[in-house]
Design a protein. Sequence first.
Length: 192
Amino acid sequence: MVDALGLGLGVTMLLIVVALHFSRGTEWTPGEDISKEVLERRASTVPETDFPEPMNRSIGGGGGAVAVGGGAEGELAGDEEDEDEGFDPDAIADDEVEYYEIEFVNEGETIEVANNESLLDAGEDEGWDLPYACRQGQCLSCGGKVADGDAHEYVRHTNNETLAADEVEKGYVLTCTAHPTDDFSLETNETP
Ligand code: FES
């Protein structure tokens, strides 16, 4: 004998399942996608930078490194007077490498630095714990100062995206990208 109660329950549940299957839900529709609007509103709160800026000092300001060569030359030209542009120390032939006497004032020593070597690398080779961050001329962490004079006379930068021409004139250098062109005294850990 089939249990009438069990059969009744089974049929009831089947009917519920079928009813749910064919029901049309609440007809709730998601609101419109506002993510684009939110992004635009956030973007509008960020000041126009026309990145990369010659004066941008942020660490890693740099996706800019590539863009500088590409688009913004016109804008940078006035500010940077970048006579070092295109300087590639790796292109210096071995028999053309020149050495200069660099006095690291704070470290209390004078060492020879080759013109295909950065001041930072040379100092680190001595075991000195010198400051740095990006090592690409995009911040100021490695800043140093030619003790006496216009740094244009003493170094060439392979890349300088942070120091303005007048700051270099006051002696400031980025030791990570500065290569000597003469003897001089260097104060490490100096920034404008
Ligand atoms: S370490 Fe960033 S500019 Fe030298």
